[in-house]
Design a binder for this molecule. Sequence first.
Ligand SMILES: [Zn+2]
Length: 246
Amino acid sequence: MKSILTIPRRTQNRLRRLAWLALALAGLLMAAPAGAEPPPFGMPFAGQPGPDTWLLSQAYGNTSGAYRQRNSTYRLGQGIHFGIDISAACGTTVVAIGDGVVAAVDGPYGSAPHNLMINHPNGYASLYGHLLERPRIAVGTRVERGQPVALSGDPDETCYSRPHLHLEIRDLTYRRAFNPIPLIDADWDNLTLAGGFGRNFQRDLDDPRRWQDLEDQPDIVFGGTIINNFARTWPPSFPNTPALGR
Ligand SMILES: [Zn+2]
């Protein structure tokens, strides 16, 4: 039987170089994380979050708040909160979350009293809702990520009850809505440290791990059937509360 020592020195060196090359390649592959591309969009507010600027107040998805209003406010969105809410004082400057073209100003997309829709070249559209006033920007205007496009308001039009921006990400037909969290480049773990609503998801006791974190939330089709009519649930089910602006 041949021992490795009988392999000619030149071949041994070649094998050694090959082995090092293979190790180096493996190292490179492991160092480059899969899906290293950052999420395609930014936040709809410039600057840092905080009590004097803006804070996440309701996540997208199966929140307890949406659950309680699944047959009223959120019925059109299959019973879940089909955007994210970001609390901010009325009049805070809203910026485009990505490059795009203004597709609608005060269009028929809800989120009263005023809204703005931007179409993006990557196949998504963003809707900015509960705006303070009709955005002073024309349909067809090209906008860049971070460009001021509107002013945030309050669905109750008081500016003291619950001023916030409602942000949706839809497809370009506007019929589907997606969870904005994985599509927006932000430190979501830190953003959910404040506010009681951020991580408060309604539990389906027959499938208790489903839809319980920020990222694991279902896409919806507007007008589809309600998906959170849970037979056994927590927190306990109360009679449906009246509709509020979403
Ligand atoms: Zn909302």
